[in-house]
Design a protein around this ligand. Structure first.
Ligand code: NAP
Length: 239
């Protein structure tokens, strides 16, 4: 996809991987709108020349705000990047609201945005949806059951709508990052990819027409999974 002159919407584009995707789309000549909740972060993005929409994607009103913010504009690229972890623990029913919040943000909101923005995307000569899942969409880790379930759900949804849209002008791309250095992984030790390098691989994938962008170590995970799904699950469950 040629990004020059395209209008792009990046949810969660005010921080982390989404911010890097937004910066690199802008550098490629796209006109970029970013969304998020924090007014401060959005102001910082506006100062860099981005359009901004404030909206909490974990509630229907926030999704409505984002949809109406791009209504009647020639949106050609929808990047469903906003996502959160969950405090859910199996033995603590009081954490179920945290699970529901994660499901609404990571799964319900991208599905709603794909559905409600599809007519606009279809109206462009060339368009794409990029759903940001995770290596954990391939095989879950026990400590992140709800988060992994949302990412596996979004992966499955992405594969299904890619088939539904195969004869249309709308490409459907899944981006699967590894562990990346962002606020989301602040408490995590071990090797992390930079958000810049992660975004660069995703942008390259969009440009070159990939359907799945397996970023960094996720390439290795996919390889293991292709040989033995059981082995991939065994490795990842304790990750
Ligand atoms: N970091 C990793 O290791 C990693 C690995 C695999 C996949 N991913 C996925 O990559 C995506 C980006 O993650 P990240 O690490 O860059 O996260 P991050 O640094 O925490 O940034 C998250 C972005 O999403 C926005 N956001 C969060 N909750 C939102 C909500 N309810 N409504 C609207 N916006 C919301 C945040 O805006 P505010 O701050 O204003 O709320 C922020 O702009 C997520 O989908 C994540 O699951 C990350």
């Amino acid at each position: 996809m040629d990004l020059h002159g395209k209008l792009a919407l990046v949810t969660g584009g005010s921080d982390g991987i989404g911010r890097e995707i937004a910066l690199q789309l802008q550098a490629a000549g796209a006109d970029v709108i970013v969304t998020g909740r924090s007014a401060e972060k959005l102001q910082a993005m506006a100062a860099l020349g981005f359009g901004t929409i404030a909206g909490d994607l974990s509630v229907p009103a926030g999704v409505d705000t984002v949809v109406s913010g791009v209504a009647h504009r020639p949106l050609a690229l929808l990047v469903n990047n906003a996502g959160v972890g969950s405090e859910y623990e199996l033995d603590r029913p009081e954490t179920l609201e945290s699970a529901a919040h994660c499901i609404r943000t990571n799964l319900d909101a991208p599905i709603a945005l794909c559905t409600r923005l599809l007519p606009t995307l279809r109206a462009q000569p060339e368009a794409a949806i990029v759903n940001v899942t995770s290596g954990l969409a391939i095989a879950p880790r026990a400590g992140g059951s709800i988060y992994c379930a949302t990412k596996a759900g979004l992966r499955s949804y992405t594969q299904a709508i890619r088939h539904l849209l195969k004869d249309s002008n709308v490409r459907v791309i899944e981006a699967l990052p590894p562990v990346v250095e962002t606020n989301m992984t602040a408490g995590r030790t071990g090797k992390k990819m930079s958000a810049h390098d992660c975004a660069a691989e995703i942008i390259r994938g969009i440009r070159t027409g990939k359907s799945e962008v397996n970023v960094g170590m996720v390439k290795l995970l996919q390889l293991v999974h292709s040989v033995s799904p059981a082995l991939a699950r065994r490795i990842m469950i304790r990750f």
